[in-house]
Design a protein around this ligand. Structure first.
Ligand SMILES: Cc1ncc(COP(=O)(O)O)c(C=O)c1O
Length: 398
C-alpha cells in the first residue's frame, strides 16, 4: 500500500465549490482581467473598529494562549446574555460551546449526533456543506424540496413521506444560503412538531439571523413549545463582518454540548483566543454597526432583485434575508453560443464568467438545477455593472 493512498473519507467528501469559484475569480484578477465577483459569501465591510481594537489589545496584553476548551467563560456569559436579550432564550454557559467558526460547530454536531445507517433530512437548495457534514459522519442525507414562491419553505408532504425509522435529525437554515429565504413561524412550528412526533433532533443554522429585511427574526428555539431537541448554531462571521476571525458557537442540551466539547478538545483544542476577545467586544458593544450594515444590504437587495427581474425569462422571488438572490435561469438552458449548448447551470455560469467576466455560483451545486446564486455583499455600483454585463452575455445566446 502506498503512503499516498488516502482514506475513504477523503474520497467521499466533495470540495467546497463556492470556495473554488472565489479562487477562480482571484486567478483571473491576478492575470489583470477585470472580473466582477458576485459569488462572494462574506460581507464586503471591514470588521467594525471597536472589535478590531479589542483584538489588538488582546495581543498587546499577551492574551495569546490557549483558552478553556469550550471557550472563555466571559465569552460564554456574553453569549448567554445576547441570547436572552436579543432572542428571548435562557441558556447557561455550560450549554454553550465556542468554536472556530460555525462551520466547525455544524461539523462537530454532525460527528456527535449521527452514525452509519442514520438518515438526516436536508432541504434543497441547501448550503453546500450540509450534505458533506452528514457524509463525513458516515450518515446519509435525504433531500427534501422546498417552495421557491414561499421563501423556499419545505414541501411538508414530501418531508413527511421521507421520514422513516432511520431518520435521526434534520438541518434547517433560515435565512438561507443560497436562497435568502426566511421561513415563517408557521413553517418552523411545523418542523418542530413533526420532529417531536418522530423523535428527531433539529440542527438550526442561524448564522444569518441579523440579516432579515422584512420582519422580525425569531430563533427556532424560541418557538419550541413542543419540547423538541433543538441545537442552535450561530456565528459572528456575517453579523459583525468577522469571517476571518473564526468565531461561531452552539447552544443546546448540556449533554450534547459536553460531547461536542470532548471532540473539539481532541481536534482544535479551543477557538482562537484573540478572536474570542474580539467576540466579547462585538457582543457587548454598540449594535449600531449591525443595523447600519443591515440597512445597506437591504438597499442592495432591492437594487439587485429589481435588475434581475428585468432580465428576459428570469424568475426571482424576493428573498427575505441573508445577502443572496437565487433566480431561476432555466429559460436559458438549451440555448447555444458558438455551437456550445448551455446544458445546465454549471455551463451557464462558466459561459457568464468567460464572456461577461462575472463570477456567479451555479444552482446545480446547491441541488437546484437552472438556478444561479448572486451575492449582493458588494457595492451598488458592482451590482449594476455586473448585472449589465450578464444581460449582454445572455443576449448573445441563441
Ligand atoms: C449557511 C451557512 N452556515 C454556516 C456558515 C459558516 O460560517 P462561519 O464558519 O464563518 O461561522 C456559512 C458561511 O458561509 C453559511 O453560509
Amino acid at each position: 500500500m502506498s503512503a499516498l493512498e488516502f482514506s475513504d473519507r477523503v474520497h467521499r467528501v466533495n470540495p467546497s465549490f463556492t470556495l473554488e469559484m472565489t479562487s477562480r475569480a482571484a486567478d483571473l484578477r491576478s492575470k489583470g482581467i477585470d472580473v466582477i465577483n458576485l459569488s462572494v459569501g462574506e460581507p464586503d465591510f471591514n470588521t467594525p473598529e471597536h472589535i478590531i481594537q479589542a483584538g489588538k489589545e488582546a495581543m498587546d496584553e499577551g492574551f495569546t494562549k490557549y483558552t478553556a476548551g469550550s471557550g472563555m467563560i466571559e465569552l460564554r456569559r456574553a453569549i448567554c446574555e445576547k441570547l436572552l436579550v436579543e432572542n428571548g432564550l435562557t441558556f447557561t454557559p455550560d450549554q454553550v460551546l465556542v468554536s472556530n467558526g460555525e462551520k466547525q460547530s455544524l461539523y462537530t454536531a454532525c460527528q456527535v449526533l449521527f452514525d452509519r445507517g442514520d438518515e438526516v433530512i436536508v432541504f434543497s437548495p441547501y448550503w453546500v456543506s450540509f450534505p458533506e457534514f452528514v457524509r463525513l459522519a458516515d450518515a446519509e442525507s435525504v433531500i427534501v424540496s422546498t417552495e421557491p414562491n414561499s421563501q423556499f419553505e419545505p414541501n411538508f408532504n414530501e418531508l413527511i413521506s421521507k421520514i422513516n425509522s432511520k431518520t435521526k435529525g434534520m438541518i434547517i437554515n433560515s435565512p438561507s444560503n443560497p436562497t435568502g429565504g426566511v421561513w415563517s413561524n408557521n413553517a418552523i412550528n411545523k418542523i418542530l412538531d413533526i420532529s417531536k412526533q418522530n423523535n428527531l433532533i433539529v440542527i438550526s443554522d442561524e448564522c444569518y439571523e441579523k440579516l432579515v429585511f422584512d420582519g422580525q427574526y425569531v430563533s427556532t428555539e424560541k418557538l419550541n413549545n413542543y419540547n423538541t431537541e433543538v441545537l442552535t448554531c450561530m456565528s459572528l462571521s456575517k453579523t459583525y463582518a468577522m469571517t476571518g476571525w473564526r468565531i461561531g458557537y452552539t447552544v443546546g442540551n448540556h449533554n450534547i454540548i459536553g460531547a461536542m466539547s470532548k471532540l473539539q478538545g481532541q481536534t482544535t483544542s479551543c477557538a482562537n483566543s484573540i478572536g474570542q476577545k474580539a467576540a466579547i467586544a462585538a457582543l457587548t458593544g454598540d449594535q449600531k454597526c449591525v443595523e447600519n450594515m443591515r440597512n445597506k444590504y437591504k438597499e442592495r437587495r432591492d437594487l439587485m432583485i429589481g435588475l434581475l427581474k428585468e432580465i428576459k425569462g428570469v424568475n426571482c422571488a424576493v428573498p427575505g434575508g441573508a445577502f443572496y438572490a437565487f433566480p431561476d435561469f432555466s429559460y436559458y438552458l438549451g440555448k447555444n453560443y458558438n455551437g456550445e449548448k448551455m446544458n445546465d447551470s454549471f455551463k451557464l455560469c462558466d459561459y457568464i464568467l468567460d464572456v461577461a467576466k462575472v463570477v456567479t455560483v451555479p444552482g446545480d451545486g446547491f441541488g437546484a438545477p437552472g438556478h444561479i446564486r448572486f451575492s449582493y455583499a458588494v457595492s451598488k455600483d458592482t451590482i449594476r455593472k455586473g448585472i449589465d454585463r450578464v444581460v449582454k452575455a445572455l443576449n448573445e445566446l441563441n
